[in-house]
Ligand binder design. Structure first.
Ligand code: ADP
Length: 270
């Protein structure tokens, strides 16, 4: 995109005068654009070779029993790692789409209960018997937005609550309709986060504990995705946490995107 990009800032100089700062940020903007294009293209190019590797791995797995133990372990490890790489590529592509505003999904009314029921079904396999997951949504609560984006944001928060509660505990998923907003929150009784790190959590690839992320299979992109999805829905993320006590991640959606209305059931279904 051609043109000049300017950043304008104004500050009150004394009682009547303002200072205006104008900064040419064209180079910065173009560099950022190049970075986004590179990440999108590289992620896309990685998909094809990975599909081929996964295909051969599946074939090899079928003959696993006839192979020596060390090779069997190798196949399991390669399958796990290729799965991890697939998640990473999917997350990078989703983040690129969100950042570049490309291929945007149409916004519609969605039943929050339906979205959360689907997530509940997919997270079941990773919940241990020490976890208790409760979901509370008032009947006929609807949210106006992009289904797959909301699904990604909400499931990232729920999966994180499970991953970072290694000793189990209560995980409460709540939707509340307030006077000025609709609030989706996920509270856990897990590891918690040192307050110093909270402002950095939504940065790409940021992890409080580098080792923690890789052992839990995370990509470090989950909260960056949550942040961008919320920006697209004019919503805000609030994080409160105490180390070894637990964390609460809340998404505040503006009231014009929220309805508690049985009539919307038919709109959402069509
Ligand atoms: P990851 O793929 O590593 O989970 P995220 O972007 O989802 O990446 O989260 C970034 C980091 O924030 C995580 O690595 C973890 O250190 C911390 N984090 C996120 N959610 C929680 C939580 N519910 N409890 C404790 N720490 C969390």
């Amino acid at each position: 995109k051609e043109g000049v990009y300017l950043e304008v800032q104004t500050t009150l100089y004394d009682q009547n005068d303002h200072l205006i700062f104008i900064r040419d940020v064209t180079r910065l903007y173009l560099l950022e654009q190049m970075r986004k294009d590179f990440v999108a293209n590289a992620s896309h190019e990685l998909k094809t070779p990975l599909t081929v590797i996964k295909g051969y791995l599946e074939t090899l797995s079928m003959f696993k029993d006839s192979l020596p133990a060390s090779m069997q372990r190798g196949i399991v490890s390669m399958t796990d790692q290729s799965q991890r790489m697939e998640h990473l590529i999917e997350d990078l592509l989703l983040l690129s789409r969100l950042e570049t505003n490309e291929k945007r999904e149409e916004h519609q009314w969605h039943s929050i209960q339906d979205v959360l029921e689907t997530i509940e079904r997919t997270v079941k396999p990773i919940i241990s018997e020490n976890h208790t997951l409760t979901v509370s949504v008032p009947n006929d609560s609807y949210l106006y937005g992009a289904h797959s984006e909301l699904y990604s944001a909400f499931s990232n928060l729920i999966v994180n609550a499970i991953k970072y509660s290694p000793n189990g505990g209560q995980i409460s998923v709540i939707w509340e309709n307030n006077e000025h907003s609709g609030v989706f929150s996920v509270a856990d009784q897990g590891l918690g986060i040192d307050p110093r790190f909270i402002p950095r959590l939504t940065e790409r690839f940021f992890r409080v504990d580098k080792g923690r992320g890789s052992s839990t299979g995370g990509t470090g992109l989950g909260l960056a995705i949550v942040k961008h999805v919320l920006i697209h829905h004019n919503a805000k993320l609030q994080i409160s946490s105490q180390p070894n006590i637990g964390s609460t991640f809340s998404c505040h959606f503006p009231i014009d995107r929220v309805r508690q209305d049985a009539m919307l059931a038919s709109v959402a279904a069509n």
